[in-house]
Design a protein around this ligand. Structure first.
Ligand code: NAD
Ligand code: GLY
Length: 370
């Protein structure tokens, strides 16, 4: 099938400006990779699920540009986003005598993308890398903007670096093999952009949720383009999260507590974010910023996306206390005070602290009773 770029979105970062290509047949087409930094070797980093599906096609396309193209397939799962697995990328680079021009290609979802980016940031103090995201979540969020990291047992994404890719290749065809649960997890991050930045996107999602869940290519292309445009605008203004970029973490403070509290991999990241958005919207309502109708509207949409809207219990005796304890490890926390992304008004987000007692009320209202 001929390659077709439907949309190109640019991340504007001066000399580090780079494009996001969105389209069909891109992954296997050699021209997709023209103009990247020249090197003798390339390393495709993938995992044991995605490599059998797409690594051969990517390798063939890359062979037009690099003399030697290697593949390393990591174990699959959020629980492997750790030091030990990261080291397997360095092992492969060193075993193949890869020099500091070697280009890394992250082929997979956000876990592979975050780990490959971090490896690229640190191998020989930095080598170029390209994101080839194959989940919806990675295409609308994680592959874009240069946040790279691994998890620590005490906190998610705690060890990492800001390091931008050379290019992002979003091939819609790869979403055809994505399990339904993963598709829903990706839709969570698309929904996120509505309440924080673009209520027209929320309207569009209400009208097109069935098409999106049915993987209609035009609906997917629109959702990915609009998500990337919004993320590009935010990252272009605040690459290193001095302020504004924090709004992209709407739902994530509660969500990260769910992920860490249940054990990484139990709930998908997008599922935790979906439920976390209901909690953060509820907090916004209790702070008097939005009305209950807004919270219910968002909750209905998240439910229609096939995502959980009721929080799990993380502790049988003091559930809210456990959430609070986990949320204090959040990167936005300052001197132990948790900072929440809240909706200031529909389509606009901000970051605020909140009294523990109020947060406890929100958690009690949003979680399973027992
Ligand atoms: P993931 O990388 O675990 O991928 C989900 C699952 O889908 C995996 O089992 C994977 O092997 C499989 N898969 C991937 N592509 C497939 C395909 N085309 N067909 C079939 N199976 C496929 O999860 P994710 O949701 O993509 O990413 C979540 C991660 O992203 C989390 O670690 C999160 O912290 C991170 N994240 C990072 C950022 C950022 O800005 N860097 C933003 C959001 C999320
Ligand atoms: N996903 C949040 C960010 O990129 O800042």
């Amino acid at each position: 099938m001929a390659a077709r770029i439907d949309h190109t979105v640019h991340i504007e970062l001066g000399e580090r400006r780079y494009p996001i290509f969105i389209g069909s047949g891109l992954l296997a087409a050699a021209p997709t990779y023209s103009g990247l930094p020249r090197a003798a070797q390339a390393l495709i980093v993938s995992n044991t699920t995605v490599a059998p599906l797409y690594a051969d096609a990517l390798r063939s396309a890359l062979q037009a540009h690099y003399q030697r193209v290697h593949v390393v397939a990591l174990p699959d799962g959020e629980q492997y986003k750790d030091w030990q697995t990261l080291n397997r990328i360095f092992d492969a680079l060193l075993a193949h005598e890869c020099d500091r021009k070697t280009v890394l290609f992250a082929l997979g979802g956000g876990v592979v993308g975050d780990m490959t980016g971090f490896a690229a940031a640190s191998y020989m103090r930095g080598v170029p890398f390209v994101q080839v995201p194959t989940t919806l979540l990675a295409q609308v969020d994680s592959s874009v903007g240069g946040k790279t990291a691994i998890n620590h047992p005490l906190g998610k994404n705690m060890i990492g670096a800001f390091y931008q890719p050379q290019r992002v290749i979003c091939d819609l065809d790869t979403l055809g093999t994505l399990p339904e649960r993963e598709l829903s997890a990706g839709i969570a991050e698309v929904i996120k952009y509505g309440p924080i930045a673009d209520m027209a996107l929320l309207d569009w999602l209400e009208q097109n949720m069935d098409a999106l869940r049915g993987r209609d290519p035009a609906a997917l292309a629109h959702a990915i383009r609009r998500s990337c445009e919004i993320k590009a605008a935010v990252v272009g203004q605040d690459e290193r999260e001095a302020g504004l970029r924090a709004i992209l973490n709407f739902g994530h403070t509660f969500g990260h507590a769910i992920e860490a509290g249940l054990g990484y991999g139990e709930w998908l990241h997008g599922e935790a974010v979906g439920c976390g958005m209901v909690m953060a919207a509820t907090l916004s309502a209790r702070l008097g910023l939005v009305d209950d109708a807004f919270v219910q509207r968002l909750r209905r949409l998240i439910d229609r996306a096939g995502l959980p809207v009721v929080g799990p219990r993380l502790d049988a005796r003091d559930n809210a206390g456990r959430y609070l304890e986990l949320m204090r490890v959040d990167k936005k926390a300052e001197s132990g005070e948790i900072r929440f992304v809240v909706i200031e008004k529909p389509g606009q987000a901000g970051v605020r602290g909140a009294a523990d007692a109020l947060v406890r009320e929100v958690i009690d209202a949003c979680c399973l009773r027992q």
